[in-house]
Design a protein around this ligand. Structure first.
Ligand code: G6P
Length: 623
């Protein structure tokens, strides 16, 4: 959600900032801008639209200089216009600020500034108010002549003083025309990482923006303020105390975030799943004890045994993984498990018993609602663990422990590989908790065998891509798609519908199959196909009844089945997609992939921007 890139060094800043923005575009993409200090003057280029629009503006009107800030926006305050695009400036026009997050009290701050005589606001944004406030404090502190080091110190003090007045969240980067080769960053609630280079330093909201230039990173904590120059940086608190930091090596390289031969990141990520699923279980299976080993939980066997209740929380796709987890953990471990939207969890007075374990599931580890739920849960004293992909993320750092997905960077806005990695981890949790209770060794080893078979089976599912593409072509002019499934595959119906909505913009809904007759059946008509997820399992015949009900009302049916299912569906379904057999609890990992492919191929057929669908952002760091 919004991307920030800042540079201070010896090279031309513009190409580095633009390159970083391109890599961050998945975080937000309604407008973009750059501000660079050129020979003591602050110059900016910004416009509504994608980075490509900004790049072409900068080709026509180039900027030169070796320090500056840039931003790609996902609008929260103010419409998508050139004026509202970042960077924003102070009243003097000498300070440029980019911001990710929401300044909740910006109206009150603006009123104060207006009362003080500052009426020169050019945008509707909360960010501009912060820029004006910092600029005013800096100008006041420099009323008498000051030398260069004093200017740096005063700018830093102005930033701290302004941020102490802010209610809300921010990740910011700013430069000032009067303070050369100097940049300030700060964070509260929105991620910010410092990239440490040789005679150059970077700021970004995500390391993927800067990994092509340096793999040495310092992940800032909330309330950190960082002052960067070419050859040094200093991290301090909002109160001005010099802080400690650790330089980490970024796990991936710039190569890992390239599309390779794939047309879209989403397709690349779908096809990475044999490997990412393998990586999610690598080193975590114990054949001897028929269980899973998850040292990152930081829990003793006795603590694991005494868990009496589990709450799984997250947003979007991660929440759907949690819904599968609910079935899984209850089936394998018989522990009462609940799934709660993160945004609801934190504001609701959910009765939680002392032996409750809370899991926050998040690919990015930065989703504001999930982070809020994690903090609320920890505040109440519950052990709260993370299931994250991004190792250095805020959720990963603030939780009491957890399990990493190790899925590599996920760039496509619609989550795919992170979902199947989450499902593997939830299966491992079910296995671990189950084996601490009543799950037998033979049941345990059956689950392990099923998990180990998955990478090969996923390869088989990926071979169905052309068949699914043909189906997508057949149904390219439909008005929407319904998805139905039962038990472990009910959440897969939800996830199939979410993928469809996100990237095709078609109306799509997922329901438990049997709910069909309680309302949804009124929607059934010839131009609204129903996708039924009906593996050959214990509820197959019940699903079959529901399919007949749709067929009787002339609704087209796309059936996703396994094993002998195809034979039995011949006369009911218009299209049949068949995946390999697996125990019902791991089946969702196989059934979701054809639905990812169906949404993908249909979106391509409809000419949609698959990796950057309208109005969405990959990592939603505002509430
Ligand atoms: C956004 C994305 C979704 C994602 C959700 C949760 O809404 O568009 O694809 O599932 O955030 O993201 P997280 O990083 O917490 O898993």
């Amino acid at each position: 959600m919004c991307g920030i890139v800042g540079y201070v060094g010896r090279a031309e800043a513009a190409p580095i900032l633009l390159d970083g923005l391109r890599r961050l575009e998945y975080r937000g993409y309604d407008s973009a801008g750059v501000a660079i200090v050129t020979r003591g003057h602050l110059e900016t280029r910004k416009c509504a639209g994608r980075i490509v629009a900004l790049a072409s503006l900068m080709t026509k009107q180039p900027l030169s200089g070796s320090f500056g800030v840039s931003h790609t926006r996902w609008a929260t305050h103010g419409k998508v216009t050139d004026e509202n695009a970042h960077p924003h400036f102070d009243a003097s026009g000498k300070l440029a600020l980019v911001h990710n997050g929401v300044i909740e009290n910006y109206q009150a701050l603006k009123e104060q500034l207006i009362q003080g005589g500052d009426t020169n606001f050019r945008s509707e944004t909360d960010t501009e108010v912060l820029a004006h406030l910092i600029g005013k404090l800096y100008d006041e502190s420099c009323a008498s002549t000051v030398d260069a080091p004093q200017k740096k110190a005063r700018l830093l003090t102005a930033v701290r003083t302004a941020l102490q007045q802010v209610i809300g969240t921010y990740g910011i980067a700013l430069v000032h025309a009067e303070v050369p080769d100097f940049m300030i960053g700060a964070r509260r609630g929105s991620p910010l990482v410092l990239g440490v280079g040789k005679e150059e330093n970077f700021l970004a909201s995500d390391v993927s923006a800067i990994v092509a230039y340096t793999r040495d990173a310092v992940y800032l904590n909330d309330f950190d303020v960082v002052a960067l120059e070419r050859d040094k940086f200093e991290i301090s608190s909002l109160a001005g105390e010099i802080g400690d930091y650790r330089v980490s090596k970024v796990e991936f390289t710039a190569e890992d975030i390239k599309k390779g031969d794939f047309r879209h990141y989403m397709l690349k990520e779908i096809f990475e799943q044999p490997n990412t699923v393998r990586d999610a279980m690598r080193g975590r299976l114990s054949l001897e004890e028929c269980t899973a080993k998850l040292g990152g939980l930081n829990m003793t066997p006795a603590q694991l045994r005494d868990v009496g209740r589990i709450v799984l929380t997250g947003c979007g796709t991660a929440l759907h993984a949690g819904r599968v987890g609910e079935y899984l953990i209850e089936r394998l471990a018989n522990i009462p498990t609940e799934v709660e939207y993160a945004s609801e969890f934190r504001h609701r007075n959910t009765p939680i018993t002392p032996e409750t374990l809370v899991f926050a599931i998040s690919q990015s580890g930065e989703t504001a609602d999930t982070l809020g739920a994690l903090r609320e849960s920890r505040r109440k004293g519950f052990r709260t663990l993370g299931i994250c992909n991004n190792v250095a993320s805020t959720i990963a750092r603030e939780s009491d422990g957890g399990v990493y997905m190790h899925a590599g960077p996920e760039i496509g806005v619609a989550a795919t590989k992170s979902f199947t990695s989450q499902l593997v981890i939830l299966t491992l949790l079910g296995l671990l908790f189950g084996r601490m209770r009543n799950l037998s060794t033979s049941e345990g080893s059956r689950i392990i065998e099923a998990l180990e078979a998955l990478p090969g089976q996923i390869e088989e599912v990926l071979n169905l891509s052309d068949q699914i593409k043909a189906i997508a072509r057949t149904y390219a002019d439909v008005n929407g798609v319904l998805f139905f499934g039962r038990q472990f595959n009910f959440p897969i119906a939800l996830e199939g519908a979410l993928k469809m909505k996100e990237i095709t913009y078609l109306f799509a809904e997922g329901h438990p199959s049997a709910e069909l007759k309680h309302g949804v059946i009124a929607l059934v008509r010839p131009d609204l196909p129903s996708v039924f997820i009906v593996p050959d399992d214990a509820v197959f015949s019940k699903n079959l009844n529901n399919m007949e009900q749709v067929k009787a009302r002339k609704g087209p049916i796309i059936a996703l089945t396994s094993g002998n299912g195809a034979k039995q569906l011949k006369n009911v379904a218009n299209e049949i997609i068949s995946v390999p057999e697996a125990p019902d609890c791991v089946m969702p990992i196989l059934t979701v992939i054809p639905l990812q492919l169906l949404a993908y191929h249909l979106a391509v057929e409809l000419g949609r921007d698959v990796d950057k669908p309208r109005n969405l952002a990959k990592s939603v760091t505002v509430e």
